[in-house]
Design a protein around this ligand. Structure first.
Ligand code: ASP
Length: 436
């Protein structure tokens, strides 16, 4: 059976087992000892341990992979003058897709009115976290100590350092060439590690989802059904329609192939709810299965995982309309524009970890004068939505990578069209860059 199918089956099995365990724990007729066994030993014990080890082993690859892969990309581009245009196009597309996402979210939410039948009951409680001033955000992109940046996993700082390092390699003559070949070897080895890990994914995904569904309450979804399904609809619309049109229109490549090759990446995004933890798999898929040359993917994918959060912006758009309706606040046209702007910028500042989108939502709400406590209303269903929006976030990174790479003639279309390319860890096809 193919790896993709094994991962998908593991997902389903995890969700089923989790739901079963949840009903065993919640059922009053369950003997106390069985409940204790299921809850303490199985869910909070075994499943928790396997799931956490799986996420940790994904995260451990992020820093070495981003560092090595970006150095390879930057050093192979450094000799040309393409670095600036690639960065410019990437940033523009990331901002554009996010702005489109939040605009669609606002439009659909205004039509659906998800908060119109929700009555405010009791004290909502949410403590917003202060967001740092813009100057600090900008200055903090530049590392004063690259080792510390790596130790703390500060992605933008690592990206800046690796870009500089790679650029210097391309300009350093003989020593640069030797170092470049070392980093290319390192890249092959770290990619191999990702591949090995992907074979363990069915177990990890199973444990993560079983634990989550055993502990997740679903009653919140019933109370917030309109909000939940509105966000879900816009997420699906963006992932299936907007990205497909963008890909087809700007590259001529078949969206169907992209969507089928993204399935394992979605499973990782869905079960970890973190674009950061999914990054090794996204990067590997974009390079080895979608055929994007490392000189583009090495930059666009890690940057996207950090600053491109279309799914998160969608949730923020719908949540803003929802909270405004619940509190009876009429939003003006200017306020909607403010939401588009702030949600787009906030998505840059959203860390690629579970649940952060909710925290940056505070920024958006403050911007348009809505009560931040409103966030407490939607917390109950946020984890499930987080899983789906993370899958949308990583799809956006992959689509933009393909668009930018096509414009730079850095996509190997034969890899893109080969549905078995690198399938199930078969030996990766050697990439032959097309003539520029
Ligand atoms: N979990 C999301 C991600 O990592 C961020 C968020 O929306 O909270 O992409």
């Amino acid at each position: 059976m193919s790896l993709t199918n094994r991962i998908l089956i593991a997902m389903l099995a995890g969700i089923l087992l989790g739901s079963l365990l949840s009903s065993v724990i919640a059922n009053n007729a369950t003997p106390e000892t069985l409940r204790l066994f299921v809850n303490d030993y199985l869910v909070e014990g075994l499943l928790d341990v396997i799931g956490r080890i799986f996420v940790a082993s994904l995260k451990l690859l992020v820093v070495p992979l981003v560092f090595v892969s970006l150095i390879c990309g930057a050093s192979s581009l450094g000799g040309t003058s393409r670095m600036g245009p690639i960065a410019g196009k990437t940033l523009f597309l990331y901002l554009l897709t996010t702005a489109l996402a939040v605009s669609a979210a606002l439009t659909i939410a205004v039509v659906v009115s998800p908060g119109s039948d929700v009555v405010l009951g009791g004290e909502a409680n949410f403590q917003p976290v202060e967001s740092p001033p813009l100057q600090d955000v900008l200055v903090n992109i530049f590392p004063s100590n690259p080792v510390q940046a790596m130790a703390e996993g500060k992605m933008l700082q690592i990206i800046v350092f690796a870009l500089l390092f790679g650029f210097a390699i391309s300009r350093a003559g003989g020593p640069g060439e030797r170092l470049a070949s070392f980093f290319r070897d390192m890249d092959a080895v770290v990619m191999k590690m990702v591949e090995i890990l992907m074979h363990l994914a069915p177990y990890g995904v199973f444990a993560l989802l079983a634990k989550l569904f055993a502990t997740l309450g679903f009653t919140a979804i019933l109370d917030l059904a309109t909000y939940f399904f509105t966000v879900l609809t816009v997420l699906l619309f963006h992932a299936l329609v907007v990205y497909s049109l963008l890909l087809k229109g700007m590259t001529g490549l078949a969206p169907r192939i992209l969507l089928s090759k993204m399935r394992p990446v979605w499973a990782f995004a869905f079960s970890t709810a973190s674009s950061g933890a999914t990054l090794p798999v996204t990067l590997r898929t974009v390079e080895r299965r979608l055929g994007v040359h490392n000189s583009v993917a090495g930059f666009t994918v890690p940057l996207g995982a950090t600053i491109n959060m279309d799914g998160t912006a969608i949730m923020q758009g719908v949540a803003t309309v929802f909270i405004a309706e619940v509190y009876g606040v009429d939003l003006s046209m200017t306020a909607y524009l403010m939401v588009v702007m702030t949600a787009t910028l906030a998505s840059i500042g959203t860390a690629a970890v579970p649940g952060v989108g909710l925290i940056t939502l505070a920024m958006v709400l403050t911007q348009v004068g809505l009560p931040v406590e409103g966030i407490a209303l939607i917390i109950g269903v946020d984890r499930l939505l987080d899983m789906v929006r993370t899958a949308v976030n990583v799809t956006g990174d992959s689509v933009v990578s393909l668009v930018v790479a096509t414009s730079e003639k850095k996509v190997d279309e034969s890899v893109f069209h080969d549905i078995h390319a690198d399938h199930d860890g078969a030996e990766a096809k050697e990439f032959v860059p097309p003539p520029v």
